[in-house]
Design a binder for this molecule. Structure first.
Ligand code: NAP
Length: 175
């Protein structure tokens, strides 16, 4: 495969939602391959990062399946944080297949890739207020089932399977 047509898409995906899926589709319309980097891989069982890297990888694979995205064009790589922003892109590049583009909107992430000499592809916001992992976790904590409309059905099934809502509510002391 040609690394000059490959891009990386870092995110925490806590959890992956339809907005992320739209970004993946948008990127694959412009690139031949995408490396989805599951960032903050060391984090789990917290209010901002309830799911493990492994659970998030499962959810991403399921979301790709639901959306009918060709998985042979996508890599999914977990990456722990290093808390040294200046060298983070070099560290990421060491852990993923070679790439030329970075798909990002997060200003810090955009800045770091640009400084490291990569080209940025900035996707538009896809219903950003609604499709947001923060919003989804908030709805889960409130006991609303509305979050189910924001993630692909297989992702909701995995979250049910691992009792994800119960985990989040327990961590928050809601149960
Ligand atoms: P995220 O909240 O999962 O989002 C990933 C990307 O998707 C962001 O660019 C986000 O844009 C975009 N997105 C989300 N919903 C969207 C929608 N509805 N429409 C269009 N775009 C949408 O993850 P993140 O927090 O940005 O992830 C960055 C990861 O890199 C983290 O794990 C972070 O710890 C890691 N990182 C680590 C270091 C280090 O270790 N030193 C340094 C930098 C970054 P928005 O900006 O609009 O949310």
């Amino acid at each position: 495969m040609d690394p000059s047509k490959r891009g990386v898409y870092p995110g925490r995906f806590q959890p992956i939602h339809w907005g992320h899926v739209k970004v993946i589709e948008w990127a694959l319309q412009r690139l031949s391959e995408l490396v989805i980097v599951v960032g903050s891989a060391q984090e789990s069982h917290t209010l901002s990062n309830p799911f493990t890297a492994g659970e998030r990888i499962e959810m991403i694979a399921a979301a790709l399946e639901d959306a009918g995205i060709d998985k042979s064009r996508v890599w999914i790589v977990p990456l722990s944080d290093i808390y040294m922003n200046a060298v983070w892109v070099r560290y990421l590049a060491m852990n993923v297949p070679r790439f030329r583009y970075a798909i990002a909107r997060n200003p810090l992430v955009v800045r770091l890739f640009r400084e490291a000499g990569y080209e940025i592809l900035m996707p538009p916001p896809f219903e950003r207020e609604r499709f947001s992992s923060t919003n989804i976790r908030k709805l889960m904590l409130m006991g609303s089932s509305e979050w189910r409309n924001m993630v692909p059905p297989s992702v909701a099934r995995i979250i049910d399977d691992i009792k994800g809502v119960e985990r989040l509510r327990e961590i928050a002391g809601r149960d």
